[in-house]
Every structure is written in C-alpha cells, then in structure tokens.
Design a binder for this molecule. Structure first.
Ligand code: ADP
Length: 227
C-alpha cells in the first residue's frame, strides 16, 4: 500500500505520519527529514541543499527524484507513507513513471487542510530537540522546563525555515507549486480531504478511517497492522 500525505507546512504531516507508521507498521518516508539528515551530516547533498532549504524554496527536482528512485525497490514490499513528495506536478509525473515501471500504484492521498493564519501560528511556536528530534510547540505542548527537552535536557531549537518571513515564503511555495496536486489527485479519485484544524487525535482517527476504507487486503499487505 502506498499513501501520500499532502498538506501545507504546519498542517501536521510529520506528526500524523509518525503516528500512522507506528499504528499500521507503514514505513514513513519524509523527504524533508532525509534532506535535514544530509545537512546535519554535512554530505555533498547536504551542502548543495542547505541554503535552498533555509530560504524555504524547493530543492531541484532531479535531486529529490533520485532520492525517491533509490527507495522504489523497497516500496514493492510492505506499506509506505510518502511525506513531502511529490511536491509539484513534475515530481508527480516522475512518480507515476517510476511506479508504472515497478507495477506500483498510489492508493490514497490524504490531504490535511488547515487555514493559513492557523499554519503561521503553529509554525512560529514550533521547537525541536536536536538530539532526540522530539517536537514541542508553544503554547499547546510545552516542555516541563522552559526551553529544554524533557527526554535529555538538550536546549530546544527552531528549524531555520520556521522564522516568520520564511514561513510566508514556504506557504507561497505551497500555494503556487504544491497545491495543484490537490486537483491532480482529486481528478483520479484518490484524494481524501481531512480538516486538520482539530485535535491531533481526531485527525489521526479520520486518517485511519480513510485508510481502512482502502480495504482489508491492502492493509494486510501493508504489513503487521496493529489497528
Ligand atoms: P514542510 O514543513 O515545509 O512541509 P519539509 O520538512 O517537508 O517541510 O521540507 C523542508 C524543505 O525540504 C522544503 O522547504 C524544501 O526545501 C525541501 N524539500 C522537501 N521535500 C522536497 C521535495 N519533494 N522537492 C523539493 N524540495 C523538497
């Protein structure tokens, strides 16, 4: 089973993908996480993409398509949840090509929709632990002691692209380059829109319902389903 998570920055894709991956035994493939790991490790790819990521723009299609191509073989067995890819129509075309070469198919596109002022609020209150990657946000999910991680006492940081002016640019990139994918997948009957301005648990519930709808056979193929 292949699921795509679609939604603007701050819509909760990462949080929800982690929850669903755990519940359903799906593999969570986040292009943003993969790229951030490259930057952290100082790889050639990391050096190439760092400034583009900081500015909130998209990194070149060829680079990201190659990253996904490297994972295609492993998508044939077990379920996968793509988070952050495809991000424009040309990446969606490439994915279709790669999938048809490997007999794969996109089962559902789960679109998390949230109003823009709520997105800005969420992103400007977001912090993470550079050691264990735990996420926090003000004022909803505060650490026990201000500014440090509950798990390891590490000082919390903000993603460089969560600064307000950059957030606005990322939302503009979403509007102009990524949101056409909503229609692209709606026309194929694959898009399920989930209003994600509600409690995260309710969002998870709605997503699970949309996935269950695909059918038990596919769910079994997704691997050790626990829910
Ligand atoms: P967001 O919270 O904005 O959805 P991500 O963690 O998915 O963030 O991505 C962070 C950054 O990584 C993007 O702003 C972009 O620079 C780069 N990136 C991630 N996925 C892609 C992609 N499919 N195509 C191009 N750039 C990408």
């Amino acid at each position: 089973m292949v699921l795509i998570l679609l939604g603007a920055p701050g819509s909760g894709k990462g949080t929800q993908a982690n929850r669903l991956a755990q519940k359903l035994g799906l593999r969570h493939l986040s292009t943003g996480d993969m790229l951030r790991r490259h930057v952290k490790d100082g790889t050639e790819i990391g050096k190439k993409v760092e400034s583009t990521m900081k500015s909130g723009q998209l990194v070149p299609d060829e680079l990201i398509v190659k990253m996904i191509a490297d994972q295609i073989e492993s998508m044939s067995s077990g379920g996968v949840m793509l988070d952050g890819f495809p991000r424009n129509l040309s990446q969606a075309d490439k994915l279709d090509e790669m999938f048809s070469d490997h007999g794969l198919n996109v089962d559902r596109v789960l679109f998390l929709s949230v109003d823009e002022d709520e997105l800005i609020k969420r992103l400007s209150g977001r912090f993470y632990c550079p050691k264990c990657d735990a996420g926090y946000n003000y004022p909803m999910h505060l650490p026990k002691s201000e500014g440090v991680c509950d798990n390891d006492g590490e000082k919390l940081l903000r993603r460089p692209d969560d600064e307000e002016s950059i957030v606005r640019d990322r939302l503009e990139v979403y509007r102009t380059q990524t949101s056409p994918l909503e229609d692209y997948y709606r026309k194929q009957g694959k898009l399920v829109e989930i209003r994600a301005n509600i409690h995260p648990d309710k969002v998870t519930e709605a997503m699970l319902k949309a996935i269950m709808d695909i059918g038990q056979t596919d769910l079994k193929q997704a691997g050790n389903a626990k829910a």
